[in-house]
Design a protein around this ligand. Structure first.
Ligand SMILES: Nc1ncnc2c1ncn2[C@@H]1O[C@H](COP(=O)(O)OP(=O)(O)OP(=O)(O)O)[C@@H](O)[C@H]1O
Ligand SMILES: [Mn+2]
Length: 271
């Protein structure tokens, strides 16, 4: 009779690396003095355990597949793993401490661009994260309890301004406010009731509200069923080096586009 660990042990046998997602201190300590010939990588919102090899997680990604993708793509980007490597990902599925192991074969074809979206966009990573935070918060609360939509175009603002026109006076014309400032969240929520897009610079300055985007939508392939806001938000990221973060009024999801492609879809209710 085989024991359970013998039966499932091959999940972790012969792996080239182990990724620990948000491990507690005591979980991480078990790996002190670990002598396997495999890389140990910690993926978390902060390096609370002082890991030597660490990938910064900008959002907790409630969806486990997204979280794992992000960690693996981050590790690939640093050259830790490549095509054909096999890794064991240890993740907390139900919050709390790590409770699951997922064995993954690393391959170029699994690259979704989710890591790239946060770290290799024109805008600074913290700006991308701050805009996600605003969109998620807006999606959770809506405007006075009613669902609200919003469109944020982040980075490459000069070019975005050239491919758009104002729908109304720009309330940010003379102000020098940045995403992440507490007052700005209030302003963005207030102005999201009105039409058009917010344009945000690489460094997070709010350049404009109420922009009507006029990108060429030729060859842009967005999922069927999404309307003009998503089409415009997707297309502008092909015409410029911006990314877009779109909150849908109709299904409540936050989506991100880059290079004309939908890269990420998250449900604010899960955050
Ligand atoms: N080209 C554009 N540039 C900026 N904003 C736009 C553009 N097209 C549409 N919008 C904004 O999107 C809003 C919703 O449009 P529409 O319903 O067609 O989009 P949608 O993709 O279905 O989004 P939602 O899921 O929020 O309904 C419009 O009222 C307008 O404010
Ligand atoms: Mn719609």
């Amino acid at each position: 009779m085989a024991t359970l660990s013998e039966l499932v042990g091959d999940l972790v046998d012969g792996v080239d690396g182990v990724l620990l997602f948000s491990p507690s201190g005591s979980f991480y300590e078990r790996f002190e003095g670990w002598e396997e010939d495999a890389d140990l990588v910690v993926v978390a919102p902060e390096n609370a355990v002082d890991a030597e090899t660490y990938v910064d997680l900008p959002l907790e990604f409630d969806n486990i597949r997204d979280r794992i993708r992000f960690g693996i793509e981050g590790a690939m980007e640093r050259g830790l793993f490549g095509d054909g490597d096999v890794v064991a990902c240890a993740v907390p599925t139900f919050g709390g401490d790590i409770d699951s192991i997922v064995r993954v074969r690393v391959g170029e074809e699994m690259r979704s661009g989710i890591y790239d979206l946060f770290t290799n966009s024109r805008a600074e990573p913290s700006v991308v994260r701050d805009v996600f935070d605003v969109a998620i918060e807006l999606g959770k609360k809506g405007q006075k309890g009613k669902p609200v939509g919003a469109l944020f175009i982040v980075g490459d603002a000069g070019k975005v301004m050239n491919k758009s026109r104002p729908l109304s006076y720009n309330p940010f014309e003379k102000s020098h406010v940045h995403v992440g400032d507490p007052i700005v969240n209030v302003m963005l929520k207030e102005f999201s009731r009105l039409d058009g897009a917010f344009v945000i610079s690489d460094s997070g300055k709010i350049v404009s509200a109420y922009r009507y985007l006029e990108p060429s939508a030729e060859g842009v392939d967005i999922p069927k069923g999404l309307g003009a806001r998503h089409m415009a938000g997707g297309a502008i990221t092909r015409d410029t080096n911006a990314i877009s973060i779109v909150l849908s009024e109709s299904d409540g999801l936050v989506r991100a586009f880059k290079g004309g492609k939908l890269l990420l879809e998250i449900d604010p209710e899960e955050y």
